[in-house]
Structures are given as structure tokens and as C-alpha cells.
Design a binder for this molecule. Structure first.
Ligand SMILES: Nc1ncnc2c1ncn2[C@@H]1O[C@H](COP(=O)(O)OP(=O)(O)OP(=O)(O)O)[C@@H](O)[C@H]1O
Ligand SMILES: [Mg+2]
Length: 255
């Protein structure tokens, strides 16, 4: 579904991505792990069009997407969340959800063809959809709260909720459980599995190996901008190069 071929990205003298090859199968959860600074977020930035790559190709459903701006890539069905969440803080949670860009009959280009009633019905549908997603994420009772009053973890969930409003086919999640409490994390993991069951494709950057093991069909390990291992969660945890490079002998590194 998503294929990355020999992608390179440098920042001045620093090669953040070196000959990255990656295959994301439809309807799967692909994990992306690696030490701090190994290039995980940079890869997401390149995949989502926020950064341009220096070399290589990216295909989504056999179509080249590298070089497209972020909104074009989003329109094709690939959405991402951010490691550091930015949500408009002076808006309520529900308003934030409705702010999300998504294909709908209420969009400007269509408005001229529609009666006010049709637009209102669409907006009612969007509100229903937003409330359903907020409920899935455990945020429904905060719908009228200012987003700025949410905890970091809750803002993270809200940004995932906003991405989901667009019904993306592929969702790139950058550390979705960081700062989310254990109870909510469990709920979130269940929800991410449910998204896979509903046919979505997920790519997830995560430091928590328990999360990776319980969620991912396949895991890519990055180190210094290179893919050093690919395999099932069990396989990569046994891989000597991964243990050396990523776990670095730290006993607590897997938890
Ligand atoms: N916009 C930028 N300008 C310059 N250097 C950058 C930029 N973005 C990332 N880098 C550098 O590229 C390297 C990879 O960073 P990246 O954010 O992709 O790592 P990461 O694997 O996501 O790390 P973390 O686990 O800490 O989030 C780092 O050395 C980082 O400093
Ligand atoms: Mg990162």
C-alpha cells in the first residue's frame, strides 16, 4: 500500500535518512522503533510531505507521492499525528474536531449546489461522527472543554481524533501513547486494533516495546538513519544488532 524506496534526507552535514526501504501492507500495523534521533519523525515528515526527500521514491497504491505537498498527500488518504501536539487551545474539543479538513458536501466548492438544509444535515452528521470518535477515544465528556485545558495525553488523543475525522486510509502515529496514562493507553491500543479490523493501515512510532509487541504485525528498526532490522516484534527483540544498537544493553530499555 505504501512503499518507500531508497529514500535519503539530510540536514546540512547530518544524514537523517540513508537508503530507507519500507513496505507497509494494507490493513496492517507497522511499527517504527529506534533510539532518539534515529530518524523516525523525519521519515514521517518525508512520508507526509512536510519535508522533501533528497533522493528516492515513495509510492502510495502504486502512485508516486514524493514531492506532493502535505495537503495533497492528506487528500490521497494518508494522515499523520505529531510527536508534539499542537491543537488550537481557545477552541473546545468538539470545535477542534469539526475544524479538521475532511471531504464533505459542505465544502465550499459544493455549497452552491446545495440547499441550506443539506448543509445543515451534513453538519449534523459531522457532529455525530465527532462525538462517536471522541467516545472511542474516551474524550466525550470533555467535548465542551477548552482544548488548552486538556492534559498533554488528552491533547494527543484529540489530534488523533482530528485525523480520524477525515477517514484516512493510512494513519501515521508519532508516539501516540507518550504522556497518555496507562488506562487510557489500554483503551487506545484496543481502539487502534479496531481501526485495523475496520480496514485501516497504521504506521506507529513508539518507544514502548510492550505497545509494539501487542500491536504490530511487522516492525522496522532504525538506527542512525538506517533500517537495521525488519521482522515480527519477537524477531526484532531477538536480533543482535537491535539489542546492541537500540536496547544498548540497558535492562530497562524494553519497558
Ligand atoms: N528540521 C531539522 N533540522 C535539522 N536537523 C533535524 C531536523 N529534524 C530532525 N533533525 C535531526 O535529524 C535526526 C533525526 O531526528 P528525528 O526527529 O527524525 O529522530 P527520532 O527518531 O524521531 O527521535 P525521537 O525518538 O527523539 O523522537 C536528529 O539528529 C535530529 O536532530
Ligand atoms: Mg521523533
Amino acid at each position: 500500500m505504501l512503499i518507500v524506496k531508497e529514500v535519503y534526507k539530510s540536514f546540512d552535514a547530518l544524514m537523517a535518512l540513508k537508503a530507507i526501504n519500507l513496505r507497509v501492507e494494507e490493513n496492517s500495523i507497522t511499527g517504527l522503533i529506534g533510539p532518539n534521533g534515529s530518524g523516525k519523525t523525519t521519515l514521517f515528515n518525508v512520508l507526509s510531505g512536510f519535508y522533501s526527500k533528497d533522493a528516492g521514491q515513495i509510492f502510495f497504491k502504486e502512485e508516486r507521492i514524493d514531492g506532493l505537498p502535505p495537503h495533497e498527500i492528506a487528500k490521497k488518504g494518508i494522515l499523520r499525528t505529531f510527536q508534539i501536539t499542537v491543537v488550537p487551545k481557545r477552541m473546545t474539543v468538539l470545535e477542534n474536531m469539526l475544524l479538521a479538513p475532511f471531504g464533505q458536501v459542505g465544502e465550499k466548492a459544493w455549497r452552491v449546489f446545495l440547499t441550506p438544509g443539506a448543509i445543515r444535515r451534513q453538519e449534523e452528521e459531522n457532529i455525530k461522527k465527532a462525538l462517536r470518535i471522541l467516545d472511542d477515544l474516551g474524550l466525550e465528556n470533555l467535548k465542551d472543554e477548552y482544548s488548552g485545558n486538556l492534559s498533554g495525553g488528552q491533547q494527543k488523543l484529540l489530534s488523533l481524533g482530528r485525523a480520524l475525522m477525515a477517514d484516512p486510509e493510512v494513519i501515521l502515529l508519532d508516539e501516540p501513547t507518550a504522556g497518555v496514562n496507562p488506562t487510557l493507553t489500554r483503551k487506545l491500543l484496543g481502539f487502534l486494533r479496531e481501526l485495523r479490523e475496520r480496514g485501516r493501515t497504521l504506521v506507529i512510532v513508539e518507544h514502548d516495546m510492550n505497545v509494539i509487541s501487542s500491536l504490530c504485525d511487522i516492525v522496522y528498526v532504525l538506527n542512525n538513519g538506517e533500517v537495521i532490522a525488519v521482522g515480527s516484534p519477537e524477531e526484532i527483540q531477538r536480533d543482535k544488532r537491535v539489542i546492541e544498537a537500540y536496547l544498548g544493553g540497558r535492562k530497562d530499555a524494553h519497558s
